[in-house]
Design a protein around this ligand. Structure first.
Ligand SMILES: [Mg+2]
Length: 267
């Protein structure tokens, strides 16, 4: 695999890339240990803004991966970084979970869950604690015309029994009522990639994004102008890849093919 020698940070999607629901792919623990041992950084990228990082750490721990907060870049963390850059002094109304509120407050942002005249920004996340009061107050702010930011565009969140409406569906509901659409932070936008490279000080040419979804993972990598590898262990088939207009630097049957190629470089 050409060019792999320059890659120093690996941005890894989780579901469909390193595990499928609750089953970790074979060899992943060893692969991650190999990356660490060779001073290669990896980060797990996820659009999910309802679960706190703590919940992901627990999930990975159960699978045998020792993870800390520094191993993640979530849409919540990227939203916090974005708001810190552009809305630090604003009074922000949040339609989101308690864990998202804490994430945003941890970077010094002023977050509200009650309407007042000083509020001049609206953030919507995958709010699993949503109620009609929040819907009504957010709608009033949208009508007023305040800047509007959404953590992620996903319409649904997969559950064992089917799907639940995710942040993107909430935004559709607000669009129906007000005509407004948000600035979106999560994949397929590039803010998570930008925030990850910025936080750890890597250049774009040092990054490789690995994911299973063409229209989110690969799209964000293309848009951010970094290299991408699609793995065929999740949502996409080889046919999907052939039919896509996007740029794939590597097409892998399994993430273990990346491990094998890196082993040849870092002997
Ligand atoms: Mg995935």
């Amino acid at each position: 695999m050409d060019g792999l020698i320059n890659k120093k940070i690996f941005l890894l999607d989780m579901d469909g890339t390193i595990y499928l629901e609750n089953t970790l792919f074979e060899g992943v623990v060893e692969f991650l240990q190999f990356l660490k041992a060779n001073n290669l950084k990896y980060l797990f990228l996820t659009n999910n803004s309802s679960k706190s990082v703590v919940a992901y750490i627990e999930k990975l721990n159960k699978m045998g991966i020792k993870a800390t907060k520094d191993d993640f870049m979530t849409s919540s963390m990227a939203t916090a970084a974005y708001l810190k850059n552009f809305h630090l002094k604003d009074n922000i109304y949040l339609v989101g979970t308690k864990s998202l509120k804490e994430e945003l407050e941890s970077v010094g942002l002023s977050i509200y869950d009650e309407l007042n005249d000083e509020i001049n920004c609206l953030v919507v996340g995958y709010d699993t604690e949503l109620n009609y009061k929040k819907i009504e107050e957010a709608t009033k702010l949208l009508i007023k015309g305040v800047p509007y930011i959404a953590t992620n565009p996903d319409l649904v969140c997969p559950m064992s029994y089917g799907y639940l409406p995710d942040c993107g569906s909430f935004c559709q509901m607000f669009k129906n009522a007000t005509g407004r659409t948000p600035k979106v932070i999560g994949k397929p936008e590039t803010y998570m990639i930008d925030a990850a490279l910025d936080k750890y000080g890597y250049k774009k040419e040092q990054a490789l994004l690995v994911g299973d979804r063409i229209y989110t993972d690969i799209a964000s990598g293309n848009k951010a102008n970094i290299s991408t590898a699609i793995v065929l262990t999740g949502e996409s088939t080889r046919e999907d890849v052939l039919n896509s207009d996007l740029r794939f630097d590597y097409v892998l049957n399994h993430i273990m093919e990346l491990y094998e190629a890196l082993k040849k470089i870092y002997k």
